[in-house]
Design a binder for this molecule. Sequence first.
Ligand code: SF4
Length: 362
Amino acid sequence: MSKEESVAPRIHALIERAQARGKELSLTEITELLSITTPPELDLLWQAADWTRRQEVGEEIWLRGLLEFSNVCRCNCFYCGLRRDNTLLPRYRLTEEQILEAVGRLSRLRIDTVVLQSGEDPYFTAESLMSLLQAIKHSYDIAITLSIGYRPKSELAAFRRAGADRFLIRHETANPDLYAAFHPDSTLADRVQQLRDLRELGYEVGSGCLVGLPGQTLSDLAADIALVRQLDVDMFGVGPFIPHPDTPLGDASPGSVSLTYKMIAVARLVLRDVHIPVTTALSTLEEDGREKGWTRGANIVMPNATPAPYRAQYELYKNKRCIDDTLEHCRGCLERRVKSVGRVIGQGRGTSLKLARRAVPV
Ligand code: SF4
């Protein structure tokens, strides 16, 4: 019996429909795809996602250099090691000089995007961030992504004018009750509004969600995909929840790796030409998580450009992968891994393929 013969006819038809017209899937259909568990059905899902990835975004895997410039956070999200009540974590902020030096290393390694990521750190005022953005753009031909949490719309507009090209802010979960249970300092409605504001301001916009939050259901995860479909994001990142011992969720079970792959695959089928990264959290839980992610719908990876010893202190969760590797080592390792799945590293900025069909104010 071939693999396809052992796939339930209803699931076979659903995957075929998702491959041809995934954008039209209903919430119930997305939930049903996420419920698949038998190996032949999963194989068919991976194949459909991989085929769609090839058609929609091609063979390139794009590198985004992650520079974690401050681990100070004013917020107290229940799952996060950077939360303000975690007094066990040594805090740091990089100087502008350290940041420029790290961006220079990325540029020399032909990694043409820097993701400036931090906790919600009020020390970095709008003025200081604008000055940093201008200094980077003055010295380097590199795309800049901000991942700094909530900022008022006026500041987002100023950052865009100062040179920021992209902005990542995860909505984390599309279930408002679940969001409220774990995020004492923000609301889901505000997150979604910020994503809309960013789009209006001409940013390439990235969102994302956690897989495996306590109490989360498959319907919640289907709603995550439906929400980012509606927001028409340029990037969607999916990472498994990993409990950090020094947080209120320290004793919870980690998110499922297999469900994370399913989210990547189904997101590819539904969102089509979006960028989908393999997250560090996924590769932390599974050694070959990157390779599996890339062959199940993903097309992005984010090598870590944060200098030692700070990299280990950006402790969203414990035991992050590649903590001791240099950026140069990471690039070589990723080249080999990308080659091993028959793909190529993208040359250039890897701009969103959706931009061509949007009128973008500059
Ligand atoms: S998830 Fe983000 S906003 Fe929440 S505590 Fe962690 S760094 Fe701060």
